[in-house]
Design a protein around this ligand. Sequence first.
Ligand code: FMN
Length: 377
Amino acid sequence: MKTDLSEKFGIEYPIFGFTPSAHVAAAISRAGGLGVLGCVRFNEAEELDEVLEWMHENTDGKPFGVDVVMPAKIPTEGSKVDLDSMIPPEHRAFVERTLDDLGVPQLPDGGDRVNTGVLGWLHSVARSHVDIAMEHARKYGQIKLIANALGSPPEDVIGLAHENGVQVAALAGAKEHALSHVNAGVDIVIAQGYEGGGHTGEVTSMILWPELVDALGDTAPVLAAGGVGSGRQMAAAIALGAQGVWMGTYWLTAAEYELGATGDGPSTVQQALLSATSRDTVRRRIYSGKPARLLKTKWTDAWDAKGAPEPLPMPLQNLLVGEAHARISQAADPEVVAMPAGQIVGRCNEILPVEEMISGLVAEYKQAASRIQATLD
Ligand SMILES: Cc1cc2nc3c(=O)[nH]c(=O)nc-3n(C[C@H](O)[C@H](O)[C@H](O)COP(=O)(O)O)c2cc1C
């Protein structure tokens, strides 16, 4: 299976896998796709440095990518404003009360209460991720892609990536965003439909993918994201003009997924994902301040209940819920989970090793392609 884009990256299949897990990202690259490591969870550049070194040692020399979150505009960062002081006390009280009501324990003593997993959302920290990734790209030549979640990366970041032989991708949920990415110098547009996990726009994949393919023409290839969890959906993406798929939710039930794991069986989050149906997600601003699709749980229900406050804008909402997310992930209750997930979660029904997940996708893709071919024979 190949497209111009998979050939360009020297990968066996045009399967691009976004994941916050280094273990899963490495397994995707080893299995012939392109694993893309989400960096937003790294507060410290040194931690990312170590993980990228680990990726280098565990990817058999195969290419991989990184994903950073550089919001186009965060008006408060860089000014002297104390972000913490901008969070209304009622919001803090609501979060505390909700966690108590849901029986979520405090972090153990010594837990990092202050910047629990939120610094990666700040532009300055994302820039330090870029610097580390570029250092690794120069050192080992394996990092071939840098993707940005929320807008076009700044011009100098695009220039730096290109100098290091790294392609630049950006997510888009609307035609205007895709066109402005390409104008800014982005090489690959990831068309992320409404049904996808994480930050999404309002246009569904079925409409968005061909819309962006047509709008961009030869100026940039499109990767189809949002709702892909089978070889048939991959075939649909290729039929609609995409050069490959970009999947996120699908990998959350990979056997290699090590984040938040508890013991030998599926982690708490995986237990929640395994039992979720395609109707068990909601698109809300409560995760980051911008609309993101999340697994529907008692935590999201609490924010939907009467009397709950309106979410704050990014990055205040991240600061508000950072510690809550850390507490929830340690609570080991599958009914109280704070996790981005797309509607395809309804098909994530078993824990499988990545290699099997990819070979299953490819086998089903071939069947779908033959079925399409047979209509012409
Ligand atoms: C748990 C999770 C975390 C995500 N975090 C990010 C992120 O940090 N940066 C980003 O560009 N996209 C992020 N996304 C979106 C994915 O890159 C991808 O576009 C999306 O998952 C595709 O839709 P799907 O979930 O239906 O496969 C995340 C998705 C999930 C499920």
